[in-house]
Ligand binder design. Structure first.
Ligand SMILES: Nc1ncnc2c1ncn2[C@@H]1O[C@H](COP(=O)(O)OP(=O)(O)OP(=O)(O)O)[C@@H](O)[C@H]1O
Ligand SMILES: [Mg+2]
Length: 537
């Protein structure tokens, strides 16, 4: 276990009621939040019940909880660690005594447009995308929308926060509920999230972030919020990087110098220097380079492959499958495994009041092109078309068999009779893990699936490789990171920040895959010559 630095201890012992921490990647911001909570509990005898920590993802929430060391596990479990959305949903459910289903707006467009669910004479899509502007038409659309959401108990991500703020009882309760609030990744707060943090008015509130890592501006986040807070409140900073090998720190620092919006101050490496810890590979050799890296690093900690888009992820997974090493990747692809998607859609069909939608959805997708669940995100059509034949029967039986356990038995049996081999094994592991975790209660399946730990399902030895989008990787770290560099867009500072976040996830080695003329390479002081010649694979 390491010792906190003096700068980190200053944050841990801070006595101001409003604090901002602005510091670079790997400087120990998230670790310091964990240290501050542990300190308050051990030294000032606060209960875990007094703390709320907001993080960016469930994965990050779990990491922070694990970092809070040296405490009675019972007290530690009382600490609330959640995302803004997860937290808002929990509170809204509590105060409306309802179990709301979060719906993505894209999902809603598919439900409303074309399935007879939208009662109005306008396109739902136009309404959601803000194309309907006349005030009277907007009012009418909003009313219809709220009515349908209420009927099916749906809530969108956007509605979550506004609904919470409007609920006076919930807000009054929140105002006396916690003593300490920590917001990690505060550079990606949007105005509605800041509003909630402010309205809760928790006695001690700490905002932690790095404007150079703001990557959700396209989605309403405003890095300006953190800058403004730091002008108003006592601001602490950290200047050492405890995560990455020194040439990774150097390359990433050079890169971010090309942005106007960045924090001043240092990010000095404290870890040793490993020779050759950055390799650049030609984009034309992407698949063999990834395959080689997976082999090379397989016995040495976690490896993550970071891509800009889900489409690239799908492409890599398929290609690695062709190279015969798809078995190294299950952890990463589990949630998007088409058969899992099918199970989820079948459970939704059974449990969601909007049955006709899911029925049409399943039939359309299965019949059209194999099975592609996430509309425009994935296209697994070719290797998954084997599900197409089974889908209509699955849909019928999903509606017929009342008992969930019985339905799962039926589902497993049909899998066994088809040649679905690898996927079938994974699906039966999924169902087994679910039954063990929650006694098989159907109403818990979707929530369990959304938060399940992939390690429950894939065997230990194959769980060391993850593939995810650059956005999902925020706040995380891995021993080895492979970054598939996006197209250069030098004028767009957020694009550069996305690359910055990606390369700063690496602890020991960083492999970059790019076309030689990609200017991000030059900005990092790298070139394709920094690569190894491809090994025969
Ligand atoms: N004082 C320290 N000595 C040694 N290692 C440390 C120290 N502080 C933090 N670390 C380690 O450095 C790594 C990075 O820490 P952490 O994830 O908290 O950084 P961060 O500032 O939150 O990064 P990011 O901006 O990417 O979220 C972790 O592995 C953590 O355990
Ligand atoms: Mg962090």
């Amino acid at each position: 276990m390491f010792k906190f630095t003096d700068d980190q201890l200053a944050i841990i012992h801070a006595e101001e009621k409003r604090v901002v921490v602005q510091a670079g990647p790997g400087s120990g911001k998230s670790t310091t939040i964990a240290g501050a909570v542990a300190y308050q509990m051990a030294e000032h005898k606060h209960s875990g019940y007094d703390f709320l920590i907001i993080t960016f993802s469930r994965f990050a929430a779990r990491q922070i909880r694990e970092k809070i060391q040296g405490l009675d596990p019972v007290e530690r479990n009382k600490i609330d660690v959640d995302t803004f959305h997860g937290f808002a949903l929990k509170i809204i459910n509590k105060f409306t005594a309802t179990s709301w289903t979060i719906m993505d707006e894209k999902d809603l467009i598919h439900v409303m447009d074309g399935n007879g669910y939208w009662p109005l004479n306008t396109k739902f899509k136009d309404f959601i995308n803000g194309k309907i502007t006349a005030p009277s038409a907007r009012r009418e659309n909003i009313k219809a929308f709220e009515k349908i959401c209420n009927q099916f108990k749906w809530i969108t991500y956007n509605q979550l926060l506004t609904t919470l703020v409007k609920n006076k009882d919930a807000m009054a309760w929140l105002q006396s509920r916690y003593k300490f609030l920590y917001v990690d990744e505060a550079q990606d707060m949007n105005p509605a999230q800041l509003n909630i943090a402010k309205l809760m008015d928790i006695e001690y509130t700490t905002y932690v972030g790095d404007v150079s890592q703001s990557i959700y501006e396209w989605n309403g986040a405003a890095p300006r919020i953190l800058m403004d807070l730091s002008e108003k409140y006592k601001t602490y900073t950290l200047s050492e990087n405890h995560r990455s090998n020194s040439d990774i720190v150097e390359a990433s620092s050079k890169l971010i110098m090309h942005n106007k919006l960045r924090i001043s101050g240092k990010n000095t490496p404290t870890r040793g220097f490993d020779t050759r810890c950055i390799n650049v590979h030609h984009r034309d050799e992407m698949h063999s380079s990834i395959a080689n890296s997976i082999q090379e690093y397989s016995d040495d900690g976690e490896l993550a492959i970071l891509c800009r888009t889900n489409r690239e992820i799908a492409e890599i997974i398929l290609e690695l499958g062709n190279l015969g090493i798809d078995k190294s990747l299950p952890a990463s692809v589990l949630r998007s495994n088409p058969l899992f998607m099918m199970i989820v859609a079948l459970v939704r069909l059974r449990t969601d009041p909007c049955k006709p939608y899911w029925m049409l959805f399943l039939r359309d997708n299965a019949a059209k092109d194999g099975f592609s669940f996430s509309y425009d995100k994935y296209s697994f059509s070719e290797p998954t078309s084997k599900f197409a034949n089974m889908a209509p029967e699955w849909v019928d039986r999903a509606l017929e068999i009342k008992d969930f356990g019985e339905f799962l038995e039926y589902f497993l049996k049909t899998l066994g009779s088809e040649d679905f081999s690898d996927d079938a094994i994974l699906a039966s592991r999924l169902i087994k893990a679910f039954r063990e975790a929650s006694d098989g209660a159907e109403e818990e399946f979707l929530a369990w699936f959304a938060t399940m730990d992939v390690q429950d399902i894939v065997p230990e030895e194959t769980s060391g490789v993850r593939i995810m989008t650059m956005h999902q990787a925020k706040g995380l770290e891995f021993d080895h990171v492979i970054v598939v560099l996006p197209k250069y867009d030098g004028k767009n500072e957020e694009s550069r920040r996305i690359v910055f976040v990606s390369v700063t996830r690496a602890i020991k080695t960083l492999d970059i895959i790019a076309y030689p003329d990609n200017n991000y390479l030059e900005e990092m002081g790298l070139s394709i010559e920094d690569g190894t010649p491809p090994l025969p694979f």
